[in-house]
Design a binder for this molecule. Sequence first.
Ligand SMILES: *Cc1c(COP(=O)(O)O)cnc(C)c1O
Length: 359
Amino acid sequence: MPVIDLRSDTVTQPTEAMRQAMANAPVGDDVYGEDPTVNRLQEMAAALLGKEAALFVPSGTMGNLAAVLAHCGRGDEVILGDQSHTFLFEAGGISALGGVHSRQIPNQPDGSLDLDDIRRAVRPDDAHFPVTRLIALENTHNRCGGVVLTPDYMQSVAELARAHGLKVHLDGARLFNAAVALGVEPAALAAPVDSVTFCLSKGLCAPVGSVLCGSHDFIARAHRVRKQLGGGMRQAGVLAAAGIVALETMIPRLEEDHQRAKRLARGLSALPGLVLATGEPRTNMVFLRLEDGFSLPGAPGDPAPRIAKMLTERGIRVGDVGPRSFRLVTHYWIDDEAVDATIAAFQDILQTAVVRSSD
Ligand SMILES: *Cc1c(COP(=O)(O)O)cnc(C)c1O
């Protein structure tokens, strides 16, 4: 029985068409700029996002790091959300490797940063303070539930940034999920910002890689940073080839993942003891929480990891993202039967649970 893996869309394996394209890709030395397949992917990505240039990088983490280091010098400050991936999950790279100071402000439940919070966080010109250089946004916002920022909101942030001489970077690891959910062109989401990263290796199914996009000058600086980080890859066309297939064929179908996330959310939140933690899914993520009165008989221990383990025994993997919470992410390899099997397995396990009313 194949495992139903809902921990993340990063678990997606390349499709048959990707494997074919990888096997047949023309390649060259990309550190010399001579890999035709990498060059083609970069041109496609820049065109799709309406930017002058693009850079293929091994991961979203490196894309964000190269972007922050290309925008900021040592001791400069970036304003970002306290729930952002760059702040929480990138091993502190911007400060460890770039000497960039982070100023965290609260992410609102919709993934946005409050414009007044941003305004207050911008440093005045004073030798006591770091110099504010950059605002970083995330769309879709992972930790806030796969929620989407609208082009209008991003435009307001960009105007604020411009008024203070700041740049804006967008962590668009799942930018295409946001575009599909909003029914807008990816370029409309990239237009307000100076730089944007997106992942090929998540819902788009490519095995490896992200792309950073921006102006020619910006990409030239980021290219040097990528080299410093050890991210110059040689015959990387074998990877970029899968990325090209991803951009050509995988974007419109993300809507299916969003529909399945909604179905999963409806089915699971109807079970006793489980509630949606971040509302109805907007894209491909379902966050669930066990109600306060919930307990599971048997061995002690936090209930979410215990339930996750029981699911694993039934061939279903979900993320336990807290002692009482789960994250489930739909993707190309999750079909309707997998959704039904997941709901049924949760139902089976939760049958034995006790839910006291918490009034
Ligand atoms: C996955 C992710 C990244 C980093 O991508 P990796 O390729 O795993 O390094 C960055 N930002 C967000 C929001 C992500 O979900």
